[in-house]
Structures are given as structure tokens and as C-alpha cells.
Design a protein around this ligand. Structure first.
Ligand code: CTP
Length: 416
């Protein structure tokens, strides 16, 4: 694609307010002789004619000074990280549209002291900023300031690779520097139906042992991003093929393909990230979940769902042939999210029906009588309250009472 077209595409993809905002930044950068670019994923997606949701602006120079000048002139506030040369401009009201902020980044170089280390950052040229990146398709910069508007900087032939559909690292140490890039490679390959270049694939075996050095947060983040993708199933299979799951934890590689297929369902209950994790791991035992959690440090909410799902598998047979009120006693101990996932993944049959009834009706069933009513009838507060209310709820669930009068009658009998 002609690079000038890219810049035009960018302009066209922006709404009126965002365009005005970018124009203000361009004017300021031009006045200051500061080269300004969009870099990385935004350039890649523009070239693929995919929607560009958000992007940072990279200055070859001090982005913090630029951000402060902009906020002084046009309003809003700035927070800055001097160590990284990054600034966040909290936009004034008239420049906010879908976004409240704009990130301004100083071009930088990154070096790695040892494999899987966090990089050492220093300010740098745009050439260095491109060289620090993961793949050629993510290492292009589109210049925006002054007369340079629309110039493409493509030192690693990213545009060629985009056209050929290839994911290629920039140098042989790339995966050693940052082993998360192996997961990113699979994500881009699956998302765009690309292929990871042969030479890039050949670098995986040497870097794979260093996955162990990644923090829980870094590796979990990559898996989160993969699960967020519509094409997550084929990405997980590809990771497995490349032995990139077992090196996180052996149980992750032993996946149940029929559960995994539910990741492609369009059931809204299965679209959240937590549900997608649960679908992936639902066949695992609670011990496996605990072990994987030691490596990945799940959020408390997700861990609760995963434990619930694991437990359910073991308790499944106990749900057969029960009255609704008996099933409810068992099901109440599970998280609703967990039950939604399990129900979606179960084959048609008695247990799936029971679950669906619980989720759609039984869960909400409550007696009309409240603790307050019992108090009014002079019953001394205590565990008895719970017992009575549970008995009334069970009567509704099992069809023993169908009206408020019938409930009152039952209550009178119970109190007698
Ligand atoms: N990057 C990198 N190595 C990483 C992470 C990011 O080199 N481990 C670079 C890439 O150039 C990438 C940019 O930083 O384009 C921004 O990263 P990120 O926001 O994760 O990705 P996007 O490219 O914006 O793409 P997407 O969110 O669509 O995956």
C-alpha cells in the first residue's frame, strides 16, 4: 500500500474530534521541529485496512515537553513517567470523544541484560525505537509532522511481510530477550491467518526454557489476550503444537477438544474472559487448577470460578433424580458464572436441564414471607428463621405451594 494512502486512511478512520486533536499535536510538533509518528500495531492495522481503535503518538525527542506544552495551550492535565519518557494528556472537555486521554511517547531504545529480563530503557532515535520491537509487521512508523506527513519508515520490510502474510522477528535473540513474543507470534498468526516465518519458528526451541523465567502476570496476560480473540481455539492448538503450553504447566497442554469448541459459541455467557478460561480448563481436577494457579496467579474472581467448575465435574452424578429443592441445595454452593459455563458445555440431558432451570428460574425463587414477617409474628430471631424460610422456598420450588395464600397456610402449619 502507498504510504500516503495510509496517512489518508488514518485521517478518514478518525472521528471529527479525534482528528482535530491529532491536528493540534501535529501543529505543535511541527513548530518544534519534532518528528512525530504513529508506530506499531496502528500502522499494521491501517495497512490491513482494519479498524484502528486507538494509538499513541511517538515523538523523536521529548514527548513529555510536548504534552506539557499542549496542555498549557489547550487545557487538560498531564501525568508523566520520566524514566520511560511517556506522558498521558488528560484531555480538556472539547477534545474528548471516545477517549479521555492521549498517550505521547518518546522514541526509545531497549536492551535486555539477560533472557526474559525487563528491558533497560533509554531515549533513542526512531530507528532504535523500531529495532526494539517484536515483528517486522509491528515495526513500521508513519510520520505525521509538517511536510513529512504520510512518510512510511519501514526498516524491516514489514509491508512486504504484511502482504505475504508472514510473522517474522527482527533478530535471532528476539524470543530470548522477550519470550512472551512467542505467544504474540501465535496470536498474530491466528488473528490474520498469517504464517510464522520458518527462521522465526526455528528460534522457539532455544527460547522455550526461558518461559519459566517470566512472571505470572506477564505470561497470564499473553494467555488472556489469546482467549480474548475470536480465533482462540486454533491459537491454543498452535501453542500446543509448538510446546508452548506444557512449558507453562503440563496440565495446560492436556486439553479437552470438545470443551474448547465452545469457545467458538456465540452464547453471550461465554464471551467474557473468565468464562473463556473456565471453558478451556473445565475438565481439569481441582489439584491441577491449584497448581496452574501457583504459576499464573489467577484473579480471585477467576480462581473462584475455576474451583467451582473443577468441583462440579466430581459432583456431577449427585445431581441425578433430585427434586428441585434438593438440586438447589447442591447448586447454591457454586458460582453462577461457573454454572453458566458448565451448562453451555454439557451435552443435552437431565443435568443440563436441571442447570438451566436453576439459572433461569429456581435461583431467583424466594418465599413471600421475610424475616421481618416472622419477627412480627413474635418468633425470636435465631437459626429457626433460616430453617423456616428455606422450608417455604423448597415448597415453592417443588410446586407444593403455588400462591401466597398457600404459603401462609404452610407457614401457619409450620409455626403450630
Ligand atoms: N511490542 C514488542 N514486544 C512486546 C510487546 C509489544 O515489540 N512484547 C511492540 C510492538 O511493536 C507492538 C507495540 O509494542 O506493535 C504495542 O504493543 P501492544 O499494544 O501489545 O500491541 P499492538 O501492536 O497494539 O497490537 P494488538 O493489541 O492488536 O495485539
Amino acid at each position: 500500500m502507498d504510504s500516503h494512502n495510509l496517512a489518508e486512511l488514518l485521517k478518514r478512520s478518525l472521528g471529527e474530534v479525534r482528528l482535530r486533536l491529532i491536528q493540534l499535536v501535529l501543529d505543535e510538533a511541527t513548530q518544534r521541529n519534532l518528528p512525530l509518528y504513529i508506530v506499531g500495531g496502528a500502522v499494521r492495522d491501517l495497512a490491513l485496512e482494519r479498524p484502528v481503535n486507538d494509538f499513541d503518538l511517538t515523538a523523536e525527542g521529548d514527548a513529555i515537553v510536548l504534552a506539557r506544552a499542549l496542555s498549557k495551550k489547550h487545557g487538560g492535565g498531564v501525568t508523566a513517567h520520566t524514566k520511560f519518557g511517556t506522558a498521558k494528556w488528560f484531555l480538556p472537555q472539547d477534545l474528548k470523544a471516545d477517549h479521555d486521554t492521549l498517550d505521547l511517547i518518546s522514541a526509545r531504545s531497549e536492551t535486555y541484560q539477560y533472557p526474559a529480563a525487563l528491558p533497560t530503557v533509554a531515549s533513542g532515535t526512531i530507528a532504535e525505537d523500531l529495532r526494539r520491537r517484536d515483528f517486522s509487521i509491528n515495526a513500521m512508523a508513519l510520520r505525521l509532522d509538517g511536510t513529512h506527513f504520510g512518510e512510511l519508515r519501514d526498516d524491516f520490510h514489514g509491508m512486504d511481510d504484511l502482504q505475504k502474510g508472514i510473522v517474522r522477528v527482527l533478530h535471532p535473540r528476539s524470543f530470548l530477550d522477550d519470550p512472551t513474543r512467542m505467544y504474540r507470534a501465535v496470536r498474530y498468526e491466528g488473528r490474520y491467518a498469517f504464517k510464522i516465518a520458518e527462521e522465526t519458528l526455528a528460534l522457539i526451541p532455544e527460547a522455550r526454557p526461558f518461559v519459566e523465567k517470566l512472571s505470572a502476570q506477564r505470561i497470564r496476560h499473553e494467555l488472556d489476550l489469546i482467549l480474548d480473540e475470536p480465533n482462540a481455539v486454533s491459537m491454543l492448538k498452535r501453542l500446543d503444537e509448538l510446546d508452548l503450553l506444557s512449558c507453562i504447566h503440563p496440565a495446560l497442554a492436556d486439553f479437552d477438544r470438545s470443551n474448547l469448541a465452545h469457545l467458538q459459541s456465540d452464547d453471550p455467557a461465554l464471551q467474557t474472559r473468565n468464562s473463556r478460561w473456565a471453558l478451556w480448563l473445565m475438565h481439569l481436577s481441582d489439584q491441577d487448577i491449584e497448581l496452574i494457579n501457583e504459576r499464573l496467579h489467577f484473579t480471585a474472581e477467576l480462581l473462584k470460578i475455576l474451583r467451582s467448575v473443577a468441583l462440579f465435574e466430581t459432583n456431577l452424578p449427585t445431581l441425578r433424580g433430585l427434586k428441585p429443592s434438593e438440586a438447589v441445595i447442591i447448586l447454591e454452593s457454586y458460582s453462577i458464572k461457573a454454572l453458566e459455563v458448565i451448562s453451555a458445555a454439557l451435552p443435552e440431558g437431565e443435568i443440563k436441564n436441571t442447570l438451566n432451570q436453576y439459572l433461569s428460574e429456581w435461583w431467583h425463587v424466594k418465599p413471600k414471607t421475610t424475616g421481618h414477617d416472622l419477627k412480627k409474628r413474635g418468633i425470636p430471631p435465631g437459626p429457626k428463621y433460616n430453617e423456616i424460610l428455606r422450608r417455604l422456598r423448597a415448597a415453592w420450588l417443588d410446586g407444593e405451594v403455588k400462591t401466597e395464600e398457600e404459603e401462609k397456610e404452610l407457614l401457619n402449619n409450620l409455626l403450630r
